[in-house]
Design a protein around this ligand. Structure first.
Ligand code: SF4
Ligand code: SF4
Length: 326
């Protein structure tokens, strides 16, 4: 018989860093478009996985010299290569024991709802009582309900191992596995608001939150301005009235922000790997705080932040032959 310990052992050997198991009834009351039971009504276990973002993949952004590594190794490449590959192997392991398993990696492109849960009108239910395809399982909520950690004020998922530094995936399976409790350890987010202060787009409001009830627990996070983040995380900022920006293709209202050294946004790596901001507020500032508090299990010899933060002064041109080649 397949046990929770078997699945965890295999998953970690296959490349997952964190594994937590929840029961489908923890999703009771979930919006229909985000309910994994819509996808697999016979699921007996929902398993959440954490895949660490290596701290080193953020080093080049932190230093201001090498930006592509985070977008590839720490973001798009994890979501589109490493996680699907690993999840498929874990699903095969479960199916080899006679239980169907659905590996869910990153779900964005086909989902029926937008970032704030509104239907996009791209699809319709196949019959009454069913969701519009595709259902989007909220990965951070799943990780919470499977016991991996908590959702921080920044809405980033925080774990005792890596803080905000992981990406998530979920497996639905008919195998009945011993569930883990929902995280009940010391709070990781102490509402320090470093994420709010350091977000380059001021996308994380200090005074506007979203409150939800998950498996009977009240959970609250900042009401992130996702549309604004979508422009600022790529290193852009809104041009002033009368100015013409050319930072993003097809957008004359966006110019490079002080946290981008690029005249125009570099090419996208693996679909959504274009995080020029290097998650400055929601990840890097949070890492620094958690580092200082010494609360994470993944310890390092040296602190992450070693120097004063840099910014680019776009009102000046660099001297010599190091500026823009027209
Ligand atoms: S930076 Fe501070 S307030 Fe923001 S999520 Fe991290 S611990 Fe919470
Ligand atoms: S990704 Fe960047 S712009 Fe978006 S919330 Fe995080 S720090 Fe702010």
């Amino acid at each position: 018989m397949l046990t929770a310990a078997d699945v965890k052992q295999f998953a970690k050997a296959a490349g997952a860093d964190l594994v937590g198991i929840g029961t489908p009834d923890r999703w009771e009351g979930a919006p229909i478009q985000m309910d994994p039971r819509q996808i697999m009504p016979e699921a007996r276990s929902i398993i959440a996985f954490g895949f660490r973002v290596m701290r080193g993949s953020l080093r080049g952004v932190e230093e201001g010299t090498f930006f592509s590594n985070y977008s590839s190794m720490g973001y798009g490449g994890l979501n589109w290569l490493y996680i699907p590959h690993t999840m498929m192997n874990i699903a095969k392991f479960i199916e080899d024991h006679g239980y169907e398993a659905i590996p869910l990696g990153h779900l964005s492109p086909w989902r029926a709802i937008d970032d704030v849960g509104n239907l996009l009108g791209k699809s319709r239910p196949v019959e009454p009582g069913k969701a519009c395809p595709d259902v989007m399982v909220h990965l951070r909520i799943a990780a919470f309900l499977c016991g991996l950690g908590e959702i921080g004020y920044s809405k980033m998922f925080l774990t005792p191992e890596f803080g905000p530094r992981q990406r998530l995936a979920v497996m639905l399976t008919e195998a009945e596995l011993e569930p883990d409790p929902i995280y009940d350890g010391p709070p990781l987010c102490d509402r320090c608001m470093a994420c709010v202060e350091e977000c380059p787009g001021e996308c994380i409001p200090a005074d506007k939150t979203v409150k939800v009830t998950l498996a009977g627990r009240e959970v609250e996070w900042a009401d992130i301005d996702c549309a604004r983040c979508n422009d600022y995380f790529r290193g852009g900022m809104y041009a002033e009235e009368g100015e013409k920006g050319e930072y993003l293709p097809g957008r004359d209202d966006i110019k490079p922000s002080p946290i981008s050294p690029f005249y125009q946004k570099p090419s996208t790596i693996y679909e959504h790997g274009q995080a020029i901001c290097g998650a400055k507020g929601c990840t890097r500032a949070c890492m620094v705080q958690l580092d200082e508090r010494g609360v994470l299990k993944n310890k390092f010899e040296h602190p992450f932040r070693r120097k004063k933060l840099w910014t680019v002064d776009w009102s000046t041109e660099p001297e010599g032959d190091i500026g823009r080649k027209k």
